[in-house]
Design a protein around this ligand. Sequence first.
Ligand code: ZN
Length: 392
Amino acid sequence: MMNRRQFVCVAAASPVLLGRAPKALAATYDLIIRGGRVIDPSVGIDAIRDVAVAGGKIAAVEANIAGDATETIDARNKIVTPGLIDIHTHAGRSKEGPPMCLRDGVTGWVDAGSGGVDNIDAVAAVAREAPQIGRCLVNIARTGVAPSGELHDLNRASVDLARGAISRNRDVVIGVKARLSANVTGPNDLEALRRAQTAAGDLPVMIHVGQNYSPLRALLALLKRGDIVTHIYAPGPHSLLDERGRLFPEVMAARRRGIVFDFGNGVVDHFDWDTVEKATKQDFWPDTFSTDWNVMSRTTGVVDLPNVMSKFIMFGMPLNQIVAAATTNAARVFPSFDDRGTLNVGAPADVAIMELREGTFEFLDNYKGTRVGRQRLFPIATVLAGKSVPRT
Ligand SMILES: [Zn+2]
């Protein structure tokens, strides 16, 4: 279905205008992004295309789109993808977060467990007021993330209270989060996960793993189709690799039954290069990328979602799969993003424009380990609901 608006052209005699034309001129489109390398795995495109937008929706993705537009973005030598979706952030902690990550190309985010029953309403309020789609997962611990570990006392994990938090924020709370590292739970990890599942019902549960008290396979056994494991390359004890570095067969089996495996960059103890290398050599790649981002991430090894994606260019993941993980795959995880992660005609016009620069780029893991890559994606511009986002 075409959404192209058929305007009578009242400006036929005026000269060709580049950039932003006066609003009084009725253009064919609101916006055309011209000449970029469009990578949209949802429809199998990787080619030089123009992208036209009208009425906040994608109107056309074609070579050399004719007609004029109120605004034109020159995307030559840039990469144009569906707006990026970051499924593990802490963007809901303050109202400054969402507009910051929007400038990185992130047109949809999930705050993963910043808030529990006691403080989820504030996170939900940030999500509702965000410029882009913001959603949150309620932490099964009533306190939300606590630096000393929120699940050492299981009295903090109340199924009934969590259900209440979900039902009073059903517009933005779309699942449950449980942080299950031993330093968060002590021996309570399996029971905390059972409670998270009961509270979630049919909604997804995201578990944070790494240095777990229980073996990873014991946690995986409690997950249902559509649940998410974040920090998949966290080193041991109890990582996804056995003591000889081989992937546990239960990990691939979990993927086959529909469990989603998310990267989750973070800052401390969530991945090291050695584990990424061993797992990816056994063909275990992330389904989705996420940053575990917060407003301080500019100065950590996270920087932004395009930087996190670039780490996997270094490991040889094909660029179209990398884009898929940050767009269409991420959109499939939560029904809220059903119409996102695509530049299909008629979809909301959320677009990320990035530059793939060649050079020498140093990337960081969570243990001060550095690796040098030859390519890095940089965010250049974001289009949200058909409007380009100011860079300042
Ligand atoms: Zn997190």
